[in-house]
Design a protein around this ligand. Structure first.
Ligand code: ADP
Length: 733
């Protein structure tokens, strides 16, 4: 049993051992498998890591190679840059933040002409030192230390201004220095010798051109003066010759001499003006002026010619446009004279109409349009564009017979442009032309016209004028004052229509048959006592007429709205219902009785012919005329003669007119009188009038002198207590 137990025990022990073994084997197997799996995972990881390492290695390799290429490129670029810097003709250098040279190109170095000390490492101060010590720069009158100080100050500034230095060789170097952030400086030295030389040549050429231009201007001024002086003799004498008894043939010759003389003067003026405009020497002189009056005056001047041609000149001035503007009246007149003169010249029948309209701006100026319309020969369509060109005339069978230089419109266009305006033309061959201009003109304070007001006590006026245009204009104006009008062409018609319903007669001086003064006499004889106002183109003569006291006022034609308004407003209310007293007004020189003396005129003129011309021009006037032959005599005679007016030539020997005027004005400071002094000059250059007026003269007449202009000045200066200028027996017409 025991054995069986033992065997059973052993079997059980063997079975347990076998089970343990099996279990351990299973565990070992499991451990083995795990190990195998781990080993495989590790091996996979190694493969990945290896791949990564390979990639990094490749990357490194590529970077290395790129770096190499980049390095090579930088080297090439640097080589090229330096090569360029070395090749350029201008100097180039770098300095470090201690102002020590890092490098410089050969052009920079060449300035120092092989000086060994100039090399990288040298300081800017030392460079300046060497530049002065070695005489490399031309420092002019400056002391070397002062020059170096200026240069160093500049160098040390944050942003040095470019400067130009001159080398001993005469070359000019422009230094441009640029300071970088780190304090480094790039220095550029440009050789600008050629530019400077070119500028010098230009300056010289300009100076030469200006000198030539000045010479030309003064030549023109002299030429104009020299031509005008004898022209005064020619035109003046031929004018006087025409007043003598002549055969028809002689009259023709005298006319031709006068007209040719005047034509020559126009040409001289045109050429002078044109050369001034061309040299940009023409300066406008703005001042307040009356545009309407200016146009009226021009119409007056052109009227005789127009009348000869049977033409009417009409003016339609916008009733709501002011007449006072600021502009250059002389140049304005010149442009309008050209346009209106052409219109009269190129029109054989019909009319010339000047239309003035305008628009008021908000800035105290007005945009003014002036159109000069004619019914003349017109301009062919293909020539219209050319009429404003220099020396351009429409050359065809219609207009070959008209004289002129062809400069007028070219000058007008330039003048209008100078005034900031425009000029144009519209024309139809055989029908007529319209020349228009538009300019903006400032207005003086208070220029806007007061609204027309009715004049109390005046409800109906009679207008007596043979000229339709004048009648219409007067009618328009009187209507504006609320006055009804009755229009008559001559005195007989007026006398037949006049009656108690007429409060005022406005009559033209020159009428067909009976004139305006005779009409006044006839009205008074018929016991019509309404006021009579005479419109005359020569108030000087009208004032001397015995019938003058019958008139309420004599107005110089053309009459501006302002003057007419003043004359109407000045009519005393009671005078509107009865005849005026024979009391002369302020402008009346014709006081009854014998006045004490004749008006005294002193004329200073060195040229004998011109003295003769002057004396003939005033021969019709009852005046005391004394001549001085130079300025010294003029001053002496001024004191002994005590003239009422002085006519003063400007260019005279011993003492010129301006200086003589200065002395006279000095004398007057003590006496307190002021005698009008009128310059007579052959100068016609711009600025002459200004400097003449600045010298103390009151008026300015250009030679050749005109009788009417001299008379006008004398009439103006005529005091109350002198004899009438025209003896009462003289014909006032
Ligand atoms: P000028 O009158 O001295 O010849 P302008 O320059 O004033 O010179 O005029 C140039 C030309 O323009 C004139 O010659 C004429 O042919 C033409 N012209 C100017 N104004 C008129 C006009 N109103 N009617 C016809 N032609 C004109």
């Amino acid at each position: 049993m025991e054995l069986a137990n033992k065997v059973a025990q052993e079997r059980r022990a063997r079975l347990a051992a076998e089970r343990l073994l099996e279990q351990k084997q299973a565990e070992l197997h499991a451990a083995n498998r795990k190990l195998g799996l781990h080993a495989r995972a590790l091996s996979d990881e190694i493969v990945v890591t290896r791949a990564k390492v390979q990639t990094v290695e490749d990357e490194n390799q590529r970077v290395k190679s790129d770096l190499h290429v980049a390095n090579e490129k930088v080297q090439v670029a640097e080589r090229r840059l330096w090569h360029s810097i070395e090749t350029i003709q201008d100097g180039f250098a770098f300095f470090d933040d201690n102002s020590r040279m890092i490098a410089a190109n050969p052009a920079y170095m060449s300035v120092f002409d092989g000086l060994e000390l100039i090399e990288p490492g040298i300081s800017y101060v030392e460079i300046l030192q060497l530049a002065t010590e070695e005489g490399i720069v031309d420092i002019g009158d400056l002391a070397p230390a002062a020059w170096r100080e200026t240069m160093l100050d500049r160098w040390q500034s944050i942003d040095p201004e470019p400067t130009v230095i001159r080398l001993w060789s005469g070359e000019y170097i422009k230094l441009i220095d640029q300071r970088g952030h780190g304090g480094d400086v790039v220095s550029l030295a440009l050789n600008i010798t050629e530019t400077i030389r070119y500028e010098e040549r230009l300056k010289e050429a300009r100076a030469r051109a200006e000198a030539a231009n000045r010479a030309k201007s003064s030549f023109l001024a002299n030429m104009s003066h020299e031509i005008r002086t004898p022209m005064n003799g020619i035109v003046g004498m031929s004018d006087l010759l025409k007043d003598t008894e002549l055969t028809e043939e002689q009259r023709l010759y005298a006319d031709t001499i006068k007209n040719s003389g005047e034509a020559l003067l126009v040409i001289i003026n045109d050429v002078l003006d044109y050369s001034k405009i061309e040299a940009e020497k023409l300066v406008l002189k703005p001042e307040p002026f009356d545009l309407e009056r200016c146009i009226h005056e021009l119409i007056m001047l052109l009227q005789p010619k127009a009348r000869d041609q049977g033409l009417e000149i009409l003016l339609d001035y916008d009733l709501f446009l002011p007449t006072q503007f600021i502009g250059d009246p002389g140049r304005m007149r010149q442009v309008l004279t050209n346009l209106m003169g052409n219109a009269v010249k190129f029109t054989e029948k019909g009319h010339v109409l000047i239309r003035v309209t305008g628009m008021m701006g908000e800035d105290g100026s007005a945009q003014v349009h002036i159109a000069v319309e004619d019914t003349g020969i017109g301009i062919p369509a293909d020539k219209v564009e050319h009429v404003f060109g220099e020396f351009n005339q429409v050359d065809d069978e219609h207009n070959r017979r008209f004289e002129g230089t062809g400069l007028g419109l070219a000058i007008s266009q330039q003048l209008v442009r100078l005034m900031g305006g425009q000029i144009w033309v519209e024309s139809e061959l055989g029908v007529g032309s319209t020349f228009g201009l538009q300019i903006t003109l400032p207005m003086p304070d208070g220029a806007a016209e007061p609204a027309p007001v009715a004049i109390a006590g005046l409800s109906r006026a009679m207008i007596v004028d043979g000229n339709d245009a004048n009648r219409q204009l007067l009618e328009k104006r009187l209507n504006l004052f609320g006055i009804e009008t009755v229009c008559c062409a001559d005195a007989p018609e007026a006398l037949s229509l006049v009656g108690p319903q007429v409060d005022l007669v406005l009559t033209e001086h020159h009428l067909n048959g009976m004139d305006g003064l005779e009409l006044a006499e006839a009205l008074r004889a018929a016991e019509h006592e309404m006021p009579v106002i005479l419109l005359s183109d020569n108030i000087g003569y009208a004032a001397q007429d015995p019938a003058r006291p019958l008139l309420h006022a004599v107005l110089q034609k053309p009459v501006s709205r302002r003057e007419l308004c003043a004359a109407l407003a000045a009519l005393p209310v009671q005078a509107r219902s009865k005849a005026p007293d024979a009391q002369p007004g302020a402008d009346d020189a014709a006081a009854p009785g014998v006045p004490a003396r004749a008006l005294r005129v002193l004329a200073a003129e060195d040229n004998k012919t011109n003295r003769l011309v002057f004396s003939k021009m005033v021969a019709a006037l009852d005046i005391d005329l004394t001549f001085a032959e130079n300025g010294v005599e003029a001053v002496a005679l001024y004191q002994s003669v005590q003239p009422d007016i002085v006519f003063m030539d400007i260019s005279m020997p011993l003492m010129d007119g301006k200086e003589a005027t200065g002395h006279i004005r000095d004398i007057e400071k003590k006496t307190g009188v002021h005698v009008p002094i009128v310059a007579m000059t052959a100068h016609a250059m711009d600025g002459d009038d200004t400097c003449i007026l600045a010298a103390g003269l009151d008026h300015y007449l250009t030679k050749p002198l005109r009788k009417a202009a001299i008379h006008e000045r004398i009439v103006e200066a005529c005091p109350m207590n002198v004899r009438p200028l025209v003896p009462p027996v003289a014909d006032a017409g």
